[in-house]
Design a protein around this ligand. Sequence first.
Ligand code: HDE
Length: 648
Amino acid sequence: MKSINLIILLSTLLSLCVSDPIDPVKEAIVVDAGTQETTQFGTKINNTDSLQAGERGPTLLQDFFLREKVMHFADKLTNPKIRIPERVVHARGVGAHGYFQTYKNWSSLTAAKFLQDPNTKTPVFVRFSTVLGSKGSPDTVRDVRGFATRFYTQEGLWDLVGNVIAPFFIQDAIKFPDLIHTAKPEPDREVPQGGTSHCTAYDFFSQHTESAHTVMWALSGRGLVKSFRQVEGFGVHTMRLKRLLVDIDFHRNDLYNAIENGDFPEYELGDATKIIPESIIPVQILGKMTLNRNVENFFSETEQVTFHLGHIVRGITFTDDPLLQGRLFSYTDTQVNRMNNANYMQIPINVPHNPVHNNQRDGYSQHRVFKGKVSYFPNKLQDNTPAVVSEKDGGYLEYPEKVQGREQRGKHGKFFDHFSQAQLFYNSITTAEQQQVVDGARFEIGKSTSLGAEPPKDLYPNANKTTVNLSIENYPRPKNIKTKKVAILTAPGIDVKEATAMFNLLGGKGAYVDFVGLKMGDQDGLNITQTYITTASVLYEAVYVPSGTQEAFDKLASDTSAFPYDEPASFIFDTYRHGKPIAASGLGAALLKAARLPSYLFENNFQDQKKHGVIIHEKSLKLGQAFEEAILKQRFWIRLPIDPNASM
Ligand code: HDE
């Protein structure tokens, strides 16, 4: 008895001293390594063979473990009551843990406690997602990306369920099913998977012109994000997050690897309601979020997290935006259906980090054991507890919005201006980005045959206006090349010293450098981690070709029997046409020639090379600095054709 009391006392004391005492996810972690196998009911068991009658005899019905094991497996995979269905939208996602810290005390703006003490680290969980593809679809399609953030504040959960683009396709929740039906695979053939380049999507967009602004954002670079570490997030209805760090590669691995490597992505949280141009109301930066921990288990955390805008804390409230109101209704529905019971908030990733008390009881998979007979209010048996908390004593603060009007369908006239913000967006991005939008539109509409849509009239309401911070290209450049991915192309006979020098130079500054070669493993002392077959230029920010023997370059440049698809030259050519930096030293330039880069780049005009981001020099270390600068600049749009007829 005494020892139990002591444990309780100790754990109470501990919870008083540690700032984040409860993390239900950490508490739920199970380490199986080094243990012995048991059944679900704890009996140790030999898992390798079923129980059978003799060496060749039939399996016995009494094999309780076989029964348990197969039942668990089959139910997980097939039973709709137990298998968690993928999300109807945003099915493919990736999650990470981190924390949020406010820059200062914002009590003048909000009562929310987590925005008051700069020393408080509020734990967060973020799930990035594509919208349209299924759980197994590619990360890299053109699509809007979800950016859902959960704050485990000391006053409860706050879920900011946002996207990486600021506007949204519809103004009213009632149109959401139509929007999603248009953009998801077409029902007759179930294509395409995860993308809007098809008839039904553009049929809807052309008829439903209030989506014009958002379609424009989706057709820009924001619809083809390079990495979740370089996105902005927008709550759309109320809040706004701003980015700080940068970078690379395929999205799941990219995020996971960066966190594993200790290159934690950081995002700033700002506040701006609706899409008010920042030239009119600048964003007020409130604090910063850092993602520093990967999930232990994808299913338990990323799949079972149940975001909902209605998870809200004191100091934050809703507006009467019809889209927001509709979402508040829909997300509860979705989560109950998806999780198949009402107790999904008891799953570790969903449990708030502050105590939960109410009179909700029972239901499937009830994990809590409630003491006593009171599960109602008011009561005398338990002194009216759990007690109600008034607004002045720390309860949720309702915003006393004045509401009036008659019940009606139909909206105020300002909802019918569909093009001025689209125009403002187009005017505010750079020429190269405008070209991207036009190219994207040509591709997508080109895939949507026989629509017969009429071009809308009166397209130029904001013809001469621009605003700030909509161009990605004009964002401040990163200060260093940390986490930038660079490929060094090799073949037997390339100059190992040069290759190693560049590897050390860039790697020493935090870049992620890969030697790409013919075969994995050791090649003249270089550790080849990728081959021309396992990787591609789109996965890198820049490429370098070291010098080497004539033989090596003959091989790299022209031996199509070794590279049936001409991979090394195509690698260079793709890097070139995507506007990314290229460097070569000594004979390495031969590969650039084989890739048919324009001849003026080989005229030893260093300034011209720097302008085009193609740096060639005898020695690798001589070109190091110019190459590094080029990597910081990221893209050389000057190389790409601009269509003079592209203006809108
Ligand atoms: Fe969602 N949305 N949504 N949405 N949404 C869902 O909830 C819905 C909207 C967003 O990583 C669903 O758990 C309606 C806007 C994200 O788990 C569902 C409407 C924005 C995520 C749902 C909207 C979003 C979702 C599907 C119109 C940007 C993924 C599965 C009123 C601000 C969260 C689920 C995660 C998920 C409904 C509009 C973002 C069906 C009805 C606007 C990032 O409940």
